[in-house]
Design a protein around this ligand. Structure first.
Ligand code: NIG
Ligand code: FE
Length: 411
């Protein structure tokens, strides 16, 4: 099955050579091809070029993209998309003056979601989650990471990961899964954190490592899991072949980034609070820093200092953090806009951060994140817009007209 996209106003993120990620000044460049064509052969990008040099090709379908941009789909490398119910009441509580921490300390927050999830059947959890997945695909997401972490018992953690796996089987989107048993301390372990960590290491990790999880995550934060806890869990995960992706520096900077980099973590995520040692630890490492600006928006907390990080030569990826507590939105277009508006990233930097760098953060840069021959034909076609910079500029409007995953139109 061959599909030919013609008269593309601008084909964005065209990379003839495979790259794994971009850092510092490299992020300023977003290669494009104006008035372009692109050939899809089954599920892969087979060729592309400019309209003046369009060869004679026999195809099954031709799609005229006049006036429209074509981009590789967004990669969302950090979500908690499988969850039960919502936390609207906490949203109102925060409007009325309580902080995110105060709500958590009263037994709300993650524990509130865990209680709901434990009481929800696997079938119902799947039904709720698939609605969110379909929504984000239509908004242009073509590969996604989904974490556990609202189960907090072996049974419920496995249930979450099975739901993520079922989504992967039933939808044409690449899904990577992360085991986040160390998201919060379940109430029954309140006075014995060691026992819960032992359970994570000795029972849960072996149960998920074989088939259900690609990565291991820890909420490394004051009041949640310490540096030592995080190190133990990262090491145990590594033994089972699970690389670490760590929630860190959301509210406090106390050495978590250094610990994650030392353990060769694939990514460190959040990073709203950063100090000099944190920047230095990330220099020349293989660990991708990931910013989650819609979480900052929703919780009214600082934004990741993206400008300073990129100016210091670091790479950066962007993700949504889609979850019921801190970011009830999986819209990567909003994330790209916020990166420009609130974090002073240029449209070029933000698009690089949400495609190729994001793909690196879930080990997908060989197959996703750019227009490159042989990569997956995961593409978004915009509505007619004047330029790619219009995407972040004209925020809050959906400019994505259609999404192609594995060579097939999703909508
Ligand atoms: O990434 N910070 C830790 N975990 C999630 C939110 C958890 C919640 O409030 O449900 C996050 O923001
Ligand atoms: Fe998160």
């Amino acid at each position: 099955m061959k599909k030919l996209l013609t008269h593309i106003k601008e084909l964005i993120q065209v990379r003839d050579e495979q790259i794994s990620f971009l850092k510092g000044r490299e992020m300023q460049t977003l290669p494009t091809l104006k008035n372009a064509w692109l050939l899809i052969d089954n599920n892969l990008i087979s060729d592309y070029g400019s309209m003046e040099s369009l060869p004679e090709i026999e195809v099954d379908q031709t799609i005229d993209c006049s006036g429209k941009m074509v981009l590789p789909t967004w990669v969302d490398s950090h979500t908690h998309l499988v969850y039960a119910g919502n936390r609207e009441q906490e949203f109102v509580d925060r409007i009325n003056g309580l902080t995110y921490e105060e709500i958590a300390n009263r037994g709300g927050g993650i524990l509130n979601s865990a209680k709901k999830l434990q009481e929800t059947s696997e079938e119902e959890l799947y039904e709720q989650s698939k609605v969110r997945l379909e929504e984000v695909i239509k908004l242009g997401t073509g590969a996604i990471e989904i974490k556990s972490g609202y189960g907090l018992t072996q049974e419920a953690e496995l249930k979450m990961l099975r739901v993520a796996q079922k989504l992967a089987q039933n939808y044409p989107i690449t899904i990577k899964t992360t085991f986040l048993g160390a998201h919060a301390l379940p109430p029954e372990y309140k006075s014995d954190k060691e026992a819960y960590i032992n359970q994570i290491i000795d029972e849960m990790l072996p149960a998920v490592a074989e088939q259900l999880a690609d990565y291991v995550d820890v909420f490394c934060e004051k009041g949640y899991f310490s540096i030592e806890d995080t190190q133990r869990i990262m090491k145990a995960g590594n033994k089972y072949g699970l690389k670490a992706k760590i929630h860190v520096n959301q509210f406090n900077a106390f050495g978590g980034i250094q610990a994650a980099v030392a353990q060769n973590a694939l990514s460190v995520d959040h990073l709203e609070v950063m100090n000099t040692e944190d920047f230095e630890a990330l220099q020349n490492s293989n660990t991708m820093p990931v910013a989650l600006p819609s979480c900052s928006l929703f919780l009214s907390i600082p934004y990741t200092p993206a400008r300073e990080m990129i100016d210091r030569g670091l790479p950066l990826a962007l993700a949504t953090d889609y979850n019921p507590g801190s970011t009830p939105s999986g819209n990567m277009n909003l994330v790209v806009s916020l990166a420009c508006i609130k974090m002073k990233m240029t449209p070029e930097e933000a698009i690089n951060a949400a495609t190729i760098n994001a793909a690196y953060a879930i080990d997908l840069s060989a197959t996703h994140g750019s227009i490159t021959k042989g990569k997956k034909a995961n593409l978004m076609i915009t509505k007619p817009i004047p330029s790619y910079g219009f995407l972040p500029y004209s925020f809050g409007t959906n400019h994505i007209e259609s999404v192609i995953l594995e060579g097939k139109f999703f909508n």
